[in-house]
Ligand binder design. Structure first.
Ligand code: ADP
Length: 512
């Protein structure tokens, strides 16, 4: 196994110094249009996973800060809902322009916060976040109801599409900017105000983006607080003024959030985990399938993606060729300093996630017959000894019953699984409580259509495995979630309420 070493880091001083930016944002939240100190005195350190340095501190908000943020949002929403929809959209688009103008620093702070490589992850994610903000700004004119054929000629029957009120967003650390925008942009375009709780591991990139967006939005429409799940996330979900919760994260927390929201019958959108299959049939174009498996596993995000396809089913006729091809390509991935331009793959977010990967690798290594096709050992390069680095790892020899093949590891570990019969493979691919995404490579159209019909996944791709993006409606089946995001239907179905109106024009006018 070989991990390419990355040479000396880029210069990153001056106005694009992300550490200066995280120091500036330290100890602050954004409420009522301005960065401010939190009500709470308590703070905790934020660590750069690339070298374990402290990049700043963030407030450990609790009930008092939740109350202040929700109150600011409540007041702002009274006026915001009256701003014409297309004007709201135009403001959002100007806000997206403002972020784009500062994207150099935003993407560097994103890389510093998360340990995700600047070139392969943080830069495209920042671009996607800007794009998604613009898209929802442009869709604001679609916030329309319907007229319905009435039961009587004297009756006008129609529906409205209205804001819900104050929305709570709770986001994870793995793609924090894109997921932040997926929560706030459709909600704000639809006339709601929002309070977002950032992930404790990666608060600064979101706070910075929110600060820039706030230069174009009225105070209080977008508020950002920070803290831990039980202390800050839970009171936010339970706050009586919050009438909609949108969450991305783990299955266990998603279930808890749905339970907190249930007593007040508050709507919840959940984007949860996956244990997704990539499937290569015997007739597949391997020049597409081999790089596709690597992209599908999201190795260059250290496998920290809900859509990571960590179970790779390969037909036995092409098994050896595919496995060799994947190993060769993995050897070209450069693991290293996330902020260096040459790096393909950065660091795992935290000690907790790093140890989780190591634990699953112990399970794999202690299973008789397991083979490391690539990776499987921590890098020995001293330059990588300070951070949470683990190489892209591809292994085989495990049965589907192994915990490595059952659990969402959220690390850079995928398992190859040979198969002979299509029916058996589909049954195995579906043998998981999750149903998020699935990828297939084949030239056989009829097989592809059969797979689309039988695979239990909400996001299905054939001969490619692009990451979710703007205008692609995305959401899971089974235990992978509730609802859809990233497209018009998310704004219309998840961030709006509706009235059904019946007007009988037969009543005579009075006093005319
Ligand atoms: P991950 O495993 O990716 O860290 P989590 O589901 O643990 O995902 O966390 C995602 C987000 O949910 C984070 O912002 C976290 O603080 C928040 N969170 C965790 N536990 C709770 C909880 N009990 N209530 C509300 N939010 C929570």
């Amino acid at each position: 196994m070989r991990v390419k070493e990355v040479p000396t880091p880029d210069a990153r001083s001056g106005e694009n110094d992300p550490r200066a930016e995280t120091r500036r944002l330290s100890g602050l939240i954004l409420v009522d249009g301005a960065l401010r100190k939190a009500e709470t005195e308590a703070q905790f350190d934020v660590i750069h996973p690339g070298d374990l340095s402290v990049i700043g501190t963030t407030p450990r908000c609790g009930q008092a800060d939740v109350d202040a943020a929700v109150e600011a949002a409540r007041r702002a929403q009274i006026l915001w809902r009256k701003v014409p929809a297309r004007d709201r959209g135009r403001m959002l688009q100007k806000a997206a322009d403002a972020v784009e103008a500062r994207r150099d620093i935003v993407e560097r702070v994103l890389s510093l916060d998360t340990g995700n490589a600047l070139r392969t992850q943080a830069r495209p994610e920042t671009g996607s976040a800007v794009d998604l903000t613009r898209m929802f700004g442009g869709l604001a004119g679609e916030l329309k109801g319907e007229t319905v054929p009435a039961a009587s000629p004297n009756v006008l029957h129609y529906t409205t599409r209205d804001p819900i009120g104050v929305v709570a967003g709770i986001i994870p650390w793995n793609a924090p900017l894109f997921l932040f925008v997926a929560k706030i942009a459709p909600a704000i375009a639809a006339g709601n105000s929002v309070v977002v709780k950032t992930a404790e591991q990666a608060p600064f990139c979101v706070l910075l983006m929110a600060e820039i967006l706030n230069t174009e939005l009225p105070p209080g429409v977008l508020n950002v607080i920070s803290g831990f799940g039980e202390e800050c996330g839970r009171p936010l979900v339970e706050h009586p003024v919050v009438r909609k919760v949108t969450f991305t994260g783990s299955l266990a927390v998603g279930q808890a959030i749905a339970a907190y929201a249930a007593p007040k019958l508050c709507q919840v959108t959940l984007e949860l985990g996956g244990k997704n299959p990539s499937i290569v049939l015997a007739d597949a174009d391997l020049d597409l399938a081999i790089p596709g498996i690597i992209d599908g596993m999201r190795y260059t995000r250290q496998g920290q993606a809900c859509t990571a396809a960590s179970r790779v089913f390969i037909h036995e006729k092409v098994y050896d060729r595919v496995v060799e091809g994947v190993a060769k390509k993995l050897s070209e991935i450069r693991l290293g300093d996330p902020l260096h331009e040459a790096t393909d793959m950065g660091a795992i977010i935290s000690a907790e996630q790093f140890e989780r990967t190591l634990r699953y690798m112990e399970i794999a290594k202690s299973t008789p017959g397991v083979r490391m096709i690539f990776g499987g050992e921590q890098p020995t390069d001293p330059a990588l000894s300070k951070g949470y680095y683990y190489p892209p790892t591809f292994l085989d020899g495990l049965g589907l019953e192994s915990k490595v093949c059952q659990d969402e590891i959220f690390g850079p570990v995928a398992t190859a699984l040979p198969f002979r019969e299509f029916d058996d493979m589909i049954a195995q691919a579906n043998d998981t409580p999750y149903g998020l995404s699935a990828n297939l490579w084949t030239r056989d159209l009829s097989r592809a259509l059969e797979y689309i019909e039988r695979i239990e996944a909400g996001f299905v791709q054939v001969n490619q495995c692009a990451a979710p993006r703007s205008n692609v409606s995305y959401g899971g089946l089974k235990m992978s979630g509730l609802g859809k995001e990233y497209a018009l239907d998310s704004m219309l179905n998840h961030f709006c309420s509706s009235k059904t109106v019946l007007i009988n024009r037969g009543t005579p006018a009075v006093g005319v």
